[in-house]
Design a protein around this ligand. Structure first.
Ligand SMILES: [Zn+2]
Length: 166
């Protein structure tokens, strides 16, 4: 069997917002980000969770148009052990596609595919349950996507620049 090439995640950096001061703090790894996201509603994030940081310190990153921001739904389950959740941005910046890389390298794109996978490889059933997979893509913040004066249906450019008010 030919080993398929695993595509690269489109996300360049992870950040979390403090519930008290609303500053954005960078999260160094995807793993840590996924842990925060897993319980975000019950356990919102604040600056004090980071060693030696308080709300008085300047934020790590500004919410602006120097980069494209996408916002995740809270409480997306942490991917099961030995699986990876990846997000791929479409070329026209219209949408992100969610897929999971399974422990044997297979890439799956829907809950139906997960079900089929577990039927085909029942040995994974004790480690992997279908409820732990979430194919809901994060939201692309439209205001942050550059567009020309003809409106949001016009073609989008990849290069980010300041968006002017209409
Ligand atoms: Zn804070």
């Amino acid at each position: 069997m030919q080993k398929s090439k695993i595509p690269k995640d489109s996300i360049g950096a992870f950040a979390v917002q403090c519930e008290k001061c609303f500053k954005w703090r960078l999260v160094p790894t995807k793993e840590e980000y996924e842990t925060i996201r897993d319980t975000f509603i019950e356990d919102p994030w604040c600056c004090e969770k980071r060693p030696n940081v308080t709300c008085d310190d300047p934020g790590d990153i500004e919410y602006d148009t120097s980069r494209l921001w996408i916002i995740d739904k809270p409480n997306i389950p942490k991917p099961p052990p030995d699986t990876e959740r990846i997000l791929i941005m479409r070329r026209d910046l219209s949408k992100l596609d969610v897929s999971y890389i399974m422990p044997n390298g297979k890439r799956l794109r829907s809950s139906v595919e997960i079900e089929k996978f577990l039927d085909a490889y029942p040995e994974y059933r004790d480690k992997i349950s279908v409820e732990k997979f979430a194919f809901t893509p994060p939201k692309i913040l439209e205001d942050m996507v550059p567009r020309n004066s003809e409106g949001r249906n016009s073609s989008r450019t990849k290069k980010l620049k300041t968006v002017e008010d209409d």
